[in-house]
Design a protein around this ligand. Structure first.
Ligand SMILES: [Zn+2]
Length: 424
């Protein structure tokens, strides 16, 4: 099979991409208890050895929670003993723009293994598909990174700028792994996070805020309701205001992201059917656009306040709004050089380039927010496959993602590839 030059673009060897992907899928690296602990050590040893072998300068280190605990978006309570990050730098042979390639090695747990029709760690191949836990999210992306870096090390003997691989732990648990890489060295002119995007170039993702509202009432036996205040009735007034806010949010438009939304996910109150309830808690998820990052919490608070102003009880017994987890949004201008160079690279490699946005958040936000560099999300596999039974990734997409990364790195740093024929 010839996967040499095609329309000026270089395509990496599919058998390398497949072999590396298979190695990664065969190693169990699932997080335990939402990332409080994790099994990443064996896979990280593989990645460290791989990067060392191709000629990277490699650092292996466990995230130090004492250094991270004051950083934005830090997730508390996770242990990193025997859960190291791996950073590998393929040094440029001359100066040029550098790029960070980010992949997370952790996967979600397999869930009920009996519901899998194939071994989650079997790396079973059926046609173009490789099956396995984390195949799409995101061992496919990580395999693309390793394949691309190996190719660059071999063929880009005249390299401008460093290629910096951040292979991190605990992405599924919140992002402390990437946070630790950033904390250790704020170095890199741009970042590509290789989460599954079906080879779309995604310069933005939405933000998510979780919150709850606790509404107070006055308890009394149901037979004497006129002497009590029903917290559920009062909470319903708030819920209606939040539904109206949801409708307003849904009218907003963004070039590549869906409209924002507010979902009421839980509604619970009272202790017994025969009692007027004295409390009710509403739990909500708001998905917001990058442009609303600063205001969204005020907008939610205002919609609750407006109910309190028109209700005497709520006016003097203010509901308590509590913000829980935030995964902030990310946006790199579509006009940035990073987006343009990547669009060209993917176009040359695959024959088309598609720009879109990601609904859920990922570690891309951390590079944008904490380093201020341009960031895109780009990788093989579909987000529909993430966290699902019988997860799979297209081997061809992994190969094309790796080839696109090679193409990108050559243009971004302006490196030149030596002829593949000259290798023997
Ligand atoms: Zn992921």
């Amino acid at each position: 099979v010839d996967f040499g030059d095609r329309d000026g673009g270089r395509v990496v060897d599919v058998s390398r991409a497949k072999a590396i992907l298979s190695d990664l899928v065969r190693m169990d690296s699932h997080v335990i208890n939402q990332g409080v602990d994790g099994n990443e050590a064996q896979a990280q040893k593989y990645v460290a050895d791989f990067l060392t072998r191709v000629g990277c300068e490699v650092e292996v280190f466990e995230p130090n929670t004492r250094c991270l605990c004051n950083m934005a978006e830090y997730t508390r309570g996770h242990s990193y003993q025997n859960r190291p990050n791996v950073v590998g730098v393929l040094k440029g042979t001359r100066p040029g723009r550098s790029v960070i390639l980010n992949g997370h090695v952790d996967t979600m747990p397999p869930g009920d293994i009996d519901s899998w029709s194939r071994d989650p760690w079997g790396a079973i191949v059926d046609g173009d598909r490789m099956y396995g836990l984390g195949a799409a999210d995101m061992k496919g992306g990580l395999a693309a990174i390793l394949t691309a870096v190996e190719y660059m090390a071999e063929y880009a003997t005249d390299r401008a700028g460093d290629v910096i691989v951040h292979c991190v732990v605990d992405e599924e648990g919140g992002g402390n792994g990437t946070l630790a890489c950033i904390e250790r060295a704020r170095q890199g002119d741009a970042a590509i996070v290789c989460e599954p995007t079906s080879l779309h170039i995604q310069p933005a993702h939405m933000g998510t805020d979780l919150f709850n509202v606790t509404v107070k009432g006055k308890a009394i036996h149901a037979s004497r309701r006129e002497h009590g205040v029903n917290a559920i009735d009062k909470a319903m007034l708030i819920a209606r205001a939040l539904q109206e806010l949801d409708m307003r949010l849904q009218n907003k438009r963004h070039a590549i992201l869906p409209s924002p939304s507010l979902v009421i996910g839980t509604f619970s109150g009272g202790v017994a059917a025969s009692m007027v309830p004295d409390h009710c808690v509403i739990g909500c998820d708001v998905h917001y656009l990058p442009e609303d990052e600063q205001q969204i919490r005020d907008v939610v608070a205002e919609s609750i306040d407006s109910v309190c102003e028109s209700d005497e009880w709520l006016g003097s017994n203010r509901p308590v709004l509590r913000w829980l987890t935030r995964v902030s949004s990310m946006e790199t201008p579509v006009s940035s050089d990073l987006v343009e160079v990547m669009m060209n690279a993917v176009q040359v490699t695959t024959g088309e380039s598609i720009l879109s946005g990601m609904v859920s958040g990922c570690d891309a936000r951390l590079y944008r927010k904490l380093m201020g560099i341009p960031v895109i999300i780009f990788g093989p596999g579909s987000l529909d496959q993430a966290h699902s039974v019988d997860e799979w990734v297209s081997i061809r997409e992994v190969q094309l993602a790796a080839s696109s990364l090679v193409q990108f790195m050559c243009s971004w740093g302006s490196s030149s590839l030596r002829d593949e024929e000259a290798r023997e």
